[in-house]
Design a protein around this ligand. Sequence first.
Ligand SMILES: [Ca+2]
Length: 228
Amino acid sequence: MRLVVSVFWMVAGTAWALEENSVDNHYDEHFPPLHPNCTQSLTDLLLLRQEVLLKELKQAEQVSAGILREMLHILTDNKVSFTSREVSCPGNFKKIGNTCLYLAKETDLAWEAARVFCQDLGGDLAVFRDVNAFAEVLKYVKSSVAVKATTVWVGGRDHLVEGEWRWVSGEDMPRGTPFWGDYNYVREPAQGTAANCAALYGPDDFLIHDGGCEAKYKPLCQINLMNN
Ligand SMILES: [Ca+2]
């Protein structure tokens, strides 16, 4: 009996050894050991991938830079065309500073009618917010009319609250020198509720005087180029 058991174990051991040897052979066949050059190949692959990514990134940057250049050209071209655009005033209006002015020398109207007259031409009665603009207006008016007796309506009045003079644009009118003149040695405006409309008074070298709004004077119309 012992002999039979020993023989059995010998046969089983031999069979197991043969089987183990067979498994090792299959493993080596399907999973050969890494070649020494494999590590180098993997490094080369990673470097190649990095190189490709960098190349793609560089191409993307070049595209972005190209787009920015195009945008810059467009903006520059628009700026040039805008600044070089010829600004002209319509009809009888003359370009004075940043505005177009037109003194209707042949027309005498009450203040409200004079304002409508200017609005029908696409503008309004003239306003001037500072000394330089006032000087330009005076220069234009004096060059347009030879008669010192001429009086000209501009776009200011104090019809809502006596003494609170406002432009038709809603802003406060300037007061005092050099804008307002004198009448009988009294500084304008001085006529109270009887005079609620502003005029350039010819006999006082076209400085501003308050006048009765129903008086008929010549409209000084204005189109503001900054709003057009
Ligand atoms: Ca008044």
